[in-house]
Ligand binder design. Structure first.
Ligand code: KIV
Length: 261
């Protein structure tokens, strides 16, 4: 998958698929699936490092995860999140952050919101960097929003989200994530822009869907209504570890065949 194929999917009826990934071993698993895109999200701060939100993520932290994921999935289209405030200073600082993420193997970057980002997006796109937008519930705004809440319930907010999607498209974004907005609004945004919309908690009419891998696999505690668990991974893993403990304690592990003469 490349940026041309991603954009072309807008006109097709085959929705795009994307999951987050932060490490080498799960990237290797994803590499052997048909997943279209991998997102090294700043949700790594929460999922991998136990923070309560994405605000503490840094460029160095994301770069470390990008490097590991790229080694595990050498051929997948990999998008890296620009962490909180890393693209809100001067253009040189933004470029340095993007450069580091791409040096570690990202094909594209994602940033949150539209206001104040137009110039940076245009500059990055003109410099050869594919940029994905992210609007609706933008987690880096958690302190502004007063929590993780569905956005775009009021008409005024809906107009703003629609205008932001058009702004991101005009600035040159190749796709936009719509997070936690009403399904009707997501449908309206999807019809209004020529770039693919990737939904998370935004209904089935987006041009694609993204989930956090650990939510999909059932190894996280997080279970909002938009998450569908495709595996009870947590229970399966705990069961495997308990069986190992039992085998060790009863001297059924290791067997003679699992040792050396
Ligand atoms: O960081 C992340 O996981 C994300 C997805 C929720 C889209 O931005």
């Amino acid at each position: 998958m490349n940026i041309i194929e991603i954009r072309a999917r807008k006109a097709s009826d085959k929705p795009l698929t994307m999951v987050t990934c932060y490490d080498y071993w799960s990237a290797r698993l994803l590499a052997s699936t048909s997943i279209d895109m991998i997102l090294v999200g700043d949700s790594a701060a929460m999922v991998m490092h136990g923070y309560k939100d994405t605000v503490p993520a840094t460029v160095n932290l994301l770069a470390t995860h990008v490097s590991a994921v790229r080694k595990g999935a050498p051929d997948k289209f990999l998008i890296a999140d620009l962490p909180f405030l890393s693209y809100r200073g001067d253009l040189n600082t933004t470029v340095a952050a993007v450069h580091e993420l791409m040096r570690q193997g990202a094909n594209a970057v994602k940033l949150e919101a539209y206001d104040g980002n137009h110039e940076a997006i245009v500059h990055l796109v003109q410099s050869g960097v594919p940029v994905m937008g992210h609007i609706g519930l933008t987690p880096q705004f958690v302190n502004q929003f007063g929590g993780f809440r569905v956005q775009g319930r009021e008409r005024e907010q809906q107009q703003k989200i629609l205008a932001d999607a058009r702004g991101l498209e005009a600035a040159g974004c190749f796709a936009v994530v719509l997070e936690c907005i009403p399904q009707t609004l997501a449908r309206e945004v999807t019809a209004a822009v020529s770039i693919p919309t990737i939904g998370i908690g935004a209904g089935v009419e987006c041009d694609g869907q993204v989930l956090v891998l650990q939510d999909l696999l059932g190894v996280s505690e997080f279970k909002p209504r938009f998450v569908r668990r495709y595996l009870d991974g947590g229970d399966l893993i705990k069961d495997a570890i308990e069986r190992f403990c039992q085998d060790v304690r009863t001297r059924r592990f290791p067997s003679v065949e699992e040792g050396y003469e």
